[in-house]
Design a protein around this ligand. Sequence first.
Ligand code: SF4
Length: 307
Amino acid sequence: MKYLYGPVISRRLGLSLGVDLIPLKTCSFNCVYCQLSSASDCVTRRKNYVPPEEVIDEFNRFNEENAVYEWITFSGSGEPTLNASLGYIIREIKKTASKKICVITNSSLIDLRDVRNDLLGADLVMPSLDAVSPEMFKKINRPFEGADVGKIIDGLIEFRKDFPGQIWLEIMLVKGINDSDEEISGFSEVIKKIKPDKVHLNTVVRPPAEKNVLPIDRYTLIKIAERLGEKADVIGNLPEVPQFEKGRLSAENLLGLLESHPATLREIMNSFGATRLAAEKAIEQLIKLRKVGEKRFENKVYYVLKP
Ligand code: SF4
């Protein structure tokens, strides 16, 4: 598959079929915690990064053969709203899809009306907001020149007015960067204005591209969630899934998963409902082919795509 990956198990959605409309690390931000790569030029131009009809055809072919997933999620190698055909692709996929559609976005372009209109076709939008002050925004997201976090917040407030679906706001908290009392109070005020259905607190659980980017412990995250109100919750660990479907752990699917994020052996087993032996074997083959390498983070071994 060229544009679809998975289905993979996601911490927030359960089984999800990924749709990737963007070449690897095509993004309007260069976050310090990014799992894809560090240093890259920020991109802000909306255009057809991939041919829309090819994505729709691939989905229609996949949909006929596989039905074991709960969500269709636009996410992956960068910022999906950079694709100018996002709205069209969502509408076309909806014509044949029996599952709900989610878009994960870094919110960078949400101040643009055409981006908000494109997102209206989704059932669920998961926008990120990692900072409320301009200084913190620059520090953690390292956005494109001229990016304005105030405009992003206004865009999220506008989007809430028009969007009838669910909005689950994600805040990625990094130790010693955006976890100060002041920033958390700022989030609290902004959440009241955006009115999301849920607020998910996340932290650095997979190896980031930059060194010295550290996670916040679970107890502190829970305390921060309490401060942010009843809609706020800490994203949990990956749920276990049964071996409902054999044979999904192919080299191609595994590379697709690792393209979206580094993964531990346990995550690979969970994502594909595979045994430890099968997951180890698949990884070993890709390591031999020099397509995959290992990276240690917080005492865990992650498998990552080799550049
Ligand atoms: S973490 Fe997401 S939003 Fe941030 S640079 Fe990486 S791909 Fe872009």
